[in-house]
Ligand binder design. Structure first.
Ligand SMILES: N[C@@H](CCC(=O)N[C@@H](CS)C(=O)NCC(=O)O)C(=O)O
Length: 332
């Protein structure tokens, strides 16, 4: 993938830093400031900006599961009128993430056409990957945070006094259980599909695909007894799993060769997926057409870039999850 090197956009396979012996290793993100109610430091002492309506903007693509997490919590927390959104084309081209029209990003920068412009505005000497999602400060014209795991936690609490929304997707008492699941779900499922799809050796592909399906089997068994990942309440652990499950049959099964089984072949996982998909505000964040266009345009895994017509999915058919005890989302 192209990337920035000392603030200059360079095309070609410059992000080879993410490949080692034919296996894919995701680079860590670089912008980790926080937003809090009054600008006091974040939970781990991060420097923070104050929550304000209209000040912050999300730059995303519908292809991306990490970006989808942030869109999903934005809707579930009722932040649509507080945080604006810019949506890039789903195809990641030679110029990186691209916006069809220049995007208003506040008074400090002119209309944004390319995601890399956000990075160089924040650090003129930035070297590294240019990714979505980005949480952007329109007032100062710089990136606040480009790590989805942080952004979902910021959205969970920072704007509550402005939105009046008290839903808590990371409740104190469930944190150990959430973290217990987040780690293997990230490694084997969220990132596991990428390790399978981007592998350049048979061995690294098979290692990734094997651990992915072992984990899906484990989740299938867990969700046969438990309504949600951390028990009776829906939490961020479910948001983090959902964004990969919704891409599974339409993208990862074909484009990333994750094809030992389809998600549809797992009764509990597929019913769980449909329950969440059918909640108000969720389907708008999971655009199957754009997801397919995005993944099947990655030239090194699909040189013809032909987007398959299928699979025919009916995500609106009823689910059976009401048989398990479910208590919605914890309220503060
Ligand atoms: N750890 C980041 C990962 C973000 C990420 O890797 N996004 C991908 C899209 S799914 C991207 O923008 N890739 C650009 C590239 O590889 O050049 C997060 O969770 O926010």
């Amino acid at each position: 993938m192209p990337q920035l090197v000392d603030g200059k956009w360079e095309t070609g396979d410059v992000a080879a830093s993410e490949m080692k012996d034919g296996a894919f290793y995701r680079e860590p993100t670089r912008f980790h400031s926080w937003i809090t109610t009054d600008g006091s430091p974040g939970p781990d002492g991060q420097s923070a900006l104050p929550a304000e309506t209209g000040r912050y903007q999300l730059f995303v693509s519908f292809l991306c599961p990490w970006a989808s997490r942030t869109l999903m919590i934005r809707n579930l927390k009722g932040l649509q009128h507080i945080i604006s959104v810019s949506i890039a084309e789903p195809e990641l081209g030679e110029n990186g993430w691209t916006y069809a029209e220049p995007q208003d990003a506040g008074p400090r920068v002119s209309g944004i056409r390319f995601q890399h412009e956000l990075y160089t505005a924040s650090d003129p000497h930035y070297t590294g990957k240019v990714s979505v999602p980005v949480l952007w400060d329109r007032k100062q014209g710089r990136i606040v945070n480009n790590e989805s795991a942080d952004i979902i936690r910021i959205f969970n609490t920072a704007f509550n006094h402005l939105s009046g929304n008290r839903l808590d997707f990371y409740p104190q008492k469930l944190r150990p259980e959430i973290e217990r699941w987040n780690a293997p779900i990230y490694e084997k499922v969220n990132n596991g599909v990428y390790r399978a799809g981007f592998a350049k050796t048979q061995r690294s592909y098979e290692e990734a695909a094997t651990s992915l399906f072992e984990m899906l089997d484990r989740l299938e068994a867990h969700l046969s007894q438990s309504r949600y990942i951390a028990g009776t309440h829906f939490t961020e652990a479910d948001i983090r799993l959902f964004v990969t499950l919704i891409r599974f049959d339409c993208a990862y099964h074909g484009a990333f060769k994750c094809n030992l089984r389809r998600l549809e072949d797992y009764p509990n996982l597929s019913n769980y997926l449909r329950e969440i998909y059918q909640w108000p505000g969720v389907r708008e964040t999971a655009r199957i057409d754009q997801i397919k266009r995005g993944y099947y345009s990655i030239a090194h895994i699909n040189p013809t870039r032909i987007v398959p017509m299928g699979p025919a999915l009916d995500l609106d058919r009823p689910h059976d999850r009401a048989r398990l005890d479910g208590r919605g989302v914890v309220t503060l």
